[in-house]
Design a protein around this ligand. Structure first.
Ligand SMILES: NC(=O)C1=CN([C@@H]2O[C@H](COP(=O)(O)OP(=O)(O)OC[C@H]3O[C@@H](n4cnc5c(N)ncnc54)[C@H](O)[C@@H]3O)[C@@H](O)[C@H]2O)C=CC1
Ligand SMILES: O=C(O)C(=O)CO
Length: 324
């Protein structure tokens, strides 16, 4: 008999066919309390869980006694209680690598669009405001040869450094818990403490995971250390930045602008004050959202679940140590 699996994200047809070939699949809209109640028997029998978003915690695990593996269609896994999974010996699979370059592209897009006021001036032209050549009120600031500081020098941070250094001749600073030899050799990146990075960077770029340590790592005190001309880019997770403090800093000129792909609450409420600020470029968490990359993530998530439930895990596992 094929193992039972709960799918909570729709998949391209060919990948769904592949999943069906290996498992008995119950597709649900999400993993909300309503869905769990409605499909209680399927959740109870499921050995696998595949999807993205939604909390996977002790409460859910209690309703899934047969669960052996979770496969998230994401690299970030802050919505999973990894300790609870470890206790239950449930494997957690994710999709690093496949999305790295695309997310770095998105971060570079935020760097360019904030510095050169792309979205603001696009609206200005479309609203018929272009009556003569623009003056200093509408000028942007240069990106090339400036200093870009990276918080989270992992896969995405490294891909961003490559673009910034080779594409735009930028100096790279980074703050990390360990020295990153590859970044230093390839891009001349300089390791520094958080305070130095904030003080010296023209662009502070966040590609950090959300953890207890990174929650509100950037608040009012840190924003005050930044140059008034500096721009903050966040494509890691919203709660790494105290959004209230950021809103205040953007309003009073503590910093120049922000480019945000992630927010403390997602979807960000339409009436959030931060969305009213002209010096904010806001994206709806689309860091990895290209046709090619989203397909690659879904493909890897399917392969990851097949590997995990057949005892053949070789890569993409967050907690491989739990295997017997
Ligand atoms: N906006 C979007 O659509 C996307 C957002 N992400 C976010 O980006 C994050 C990073 O992804 P990857 O680069 O693939 O992960 P990674 O694990 O390769 O890189 C994360 C880096 O952050 C560092 N780090 C963690 N805690 C730290 C701390 N307290 N202080 C300093 N450095 C710390 C790690 O040592 C690591 O080098 C994901 O966890 C996810 O939250 C990822 C993909 C898409
Ligand atoms: O992969 C992730 O962590 C995302 O945020 C979406 O691509």
């Amino acid at each position: 008999m094929k193992p039972a699996v709960i799918l909570y994200k729709s998949l391209p047809d060919d990948l769904r066919t592949k999943l069906d070939a290996h498992f008995t699949v119950t597709e649900v809209h999400d993993i909300s309390p309503e869905t769990i109640e409605k499909h209680a028997a399927q959740f109870e029998q499921a050995q696998g869980l595949l999807g993205s978003g939604g909390k996977v915690d002790g409460e859910l695990l209690a309703k899934m006694p047969a669960l052996r593996a979770c496969s998230t269609v994401s690299v970030g896994y802050d919505n999973f209680n990894v300790d609870a999974l470890n206790q239950r010996k449930v494997l957690l699979m994710h999709t690093p690598t496949v999305l790295t370059e695309t997310v770095a592209d998105t971060m570079m897009a935020l760097v360019l669009s904030t510095a050169r006021r792309v979205t603001e001036l696009d609206k200005w032209v479309k609203n018929g405001e272009w009556k003569k050549s623009i003056g200093p009120d509408h000028f942007g600031i240069d990106v090339h040869h400036k200093t870009l500081g990276i918080l989270g020098m992992g896969r995405i941070g490294l891909a961003l450094a490559q673009r910034a250094h080779f594409g735009f001749g930028m100096n790279i600073l980074y703050n990390a818990r360990r020295q990153h030899e590859e970044a230093e050799t390839r891009f001349g990146a300089r390791a520094c403490d958080l305070e130095t990075l904030l003080k010296e960077s023209d662009f502070v770029c966040i590609s950090l995971p959300l953890t207890e340590q990174t929650h509100h790592m950037i608040g009012a005190a840190q924003l005050k250390l930044m140059k008034p001309s500096a721009i903050l880019i966040n494509a890691g997770r919203g709660p790494v930045v105290d959004e209230q403090a950021l809103t205040a800093a953007l309003k009073d000129g503590t910093i120049h602008a922000a480019g945000l792909d992630v927010f403390e609450v997602e979807p960000v409420p339409a009436d959030a004050e931060i969305l009213t600020l002209p010096n904010v470029v806001a994206l709806p968490h689309i860091g990895s959202a290209t046709h090619e990359t989203r397909y690659g993530m879904a493909r890897d998530a399917v392969d990851n679940l097949i590997a995990a439930l057949s005892g053949k895990v070789e890569k993409n596992c967050v907690n491989p140590q739990i295997q017997g």
